[in-house]
Design a protein around this ligand. Structure first.
Ligand SMILES: COc1nc(N)nc2c1ncn2[C@H]1C[C@H](O)[C@@H](COP(=O)(O)OP(=O)(O)OP(=O)(O)O)O1
Length: 155
């Protein structure tokens, strides 16, 4: 399965999301992230993707979750989820992404992947989690899921 990352920047009860401009999930609000490249660790990939997508240097990402995404019967991605509260640089728009801060209460779930509304509240409350989400073959509709919290997430 393709390894990938999501890295959520959190500050003052707000989360930074990007309007994705290309690739899987184009047009949706998502967390900064992308595929893990050959020779990279997930944490290195998470830091690189945030820098590439919104020009922010993340200092202390900590792993808080793991997801398996399945499209139809095809395992699609294994995603390592990180959170970061210290980072430097002002988030800037790039060719890949348009960044925007949202209050935890006003996250635009209707414009996001369907799984996000199920687990993001656990991110905001400081929990760890793991999930398996099966979508239809096109990735349009979430068909079934399992979600567990308070997992051991050490990398
Ligand atoms: C299917 O459900 C998903 N939900 C959520 N919340 N996030 C998802 C889902 N499927 C994929 N993702 C995330 C995981 C990664 O952060 C990205 C993958 O995006 P992409 O394939 O565009 O990765 P890049 O490395 O940025 O793309 P390039 O190959 O173009 O560099 O989506």
């Amino acid at each position: 399965m393709q390894p990938a990352t999501l890295c959520y920047l959190l500050r003052n009860e707000r989360v930074l999301l990007i309007r994705k401009k290309r690739g899987l999930g184009k047009g949706k609000f998502v967390g900064p992230g992308g595929k893990v490249e050959d020779g990279e660790t997930p944490i290195e990939a998470a830091v690189r993707e945030v820098e590439e997508e919104i020009c922010v240097a993340v200092n202390d990402p900590s792993k808080v979750g793991e997801f398996e995404f399945v499209f139809g019967d095809e395992p699609k991605m294994f995603v390592h989820v990180f959170r970061a509260e210290t980072f430097s640089g002002e988030p800037r728009e790039t060719v890949e992404a348009n960044p925007r801060w949202f209050d935890f209460e006003n996250v635009p779930y209707d414009e996001m992947w369907e799984d996000d509304r199920l687990w993001m509240p656990h991110l905001f409350s400081g929990e760890t989690f793991s999930g398996r989400f099966r979508f239809d073959a096109e990735g349009d509709e979430l068909l079934e899921h399992e979600l567990e919290t308070d997992i051991d997430c050490r990398t």
